[in-house]
Design a protein around this ligand. Structure first.
Ligand SMILES: CC(C)(COP(=O)(O)OP(=O)(O)OC[C@H]1O[C@@H](n2cnc3c(N)ncnc32)[C@H](O)[C@@H]1OP(=O)(O)O)[C@@H](O)C(=O)NCCC(=O)NCCS
Length: 158
């Protein structure tokens, strides 16, 4: 049994950026989050450069104890609209242990307290039934079906 107290969100930065690449590239994760290819080290570092200049994004490495086990974050943060988009991807070794659900609680609370977010949106590939069930279980409601992109859009009002 995992201890939820040990699940933490750590600011993504130059010290832990390598975990972003490892977690996204692991197994089918890159496909499940809609990428066509695995990311290279150069792409990962370039991405960090852009991220550090972009105040509309806030990402975290999820750790359990000291172990990095996932990536979660907010994009399209719009404080005046009270909205943001969310995404999560976990290392395969740490799936189905309750870590994703706890990390979602933490990031949703952060979004509310730090940015005054009241609506959290996300898009998910329509064949990604694991993620769709996961989001539904957390209370997200489907608001749009975009068959051209094979994507569904969900929202959670908090
Ligand atoms: C979607 C995703 C983030 C879920 O993360 P996770 O850490 O596996 O999530 P959880 O463990 O909290 O919940 C998943 C399942 O574990 C179960 N679970 C929850 N707590 C548990 C516990 N303490 N012990 C065992 N199982 C538990 C949940 O009930 C859930 O099962 P269910 O399918 O029957 O509802 C993960 O599958 C993932 O990274 N997928 C690939 C990337 C992806 O698709 N991201 C979304 C893109 S939009």
């Amino acid at each position: 049994m995992i201890n939820p107290i040990q699940i933490k969100l750590n600011d993504l930065n130059a010290n832990n950026i390598s975990h972003r690449m490892r977690i996204i590239n692991g197994g089918d994760n890159y496909k499940l989050i809609g990428l066509s290819h695995k990311i290279s080290e150069a792409e990962n570092i370039n991405w960090l450069d852009g991220y550090e200049k972009d105040s509309s994004k806030k990402l975290f490495v999820i750790t359990y104890g000291e172990k990095p086990c996932g990536l979660i974050g907010l994009t399209k943060i719009n404080q005046s609209a009270g909205s943001a988009n969310l995404f999560i991807v976990n290392d395969g070794r740490y799936k189905n242990k309750g870590i994703g659900s706890r990390a979602m609680d933490l990031v949703i609370t952060y979004a509310k307290n730090k940015y005054g977010i009241t609506s959290i949106f996300l898009t998910v590939k329509d064949k990604n039934t694991v993620a769709i069930d996961f989001y539904k279980k957390l209370g997200f409601k489907e608001i749009k079906n975009n068959p051209l992109e094979n994507e569904l859009e969900f929202v959670l009002n908090i």
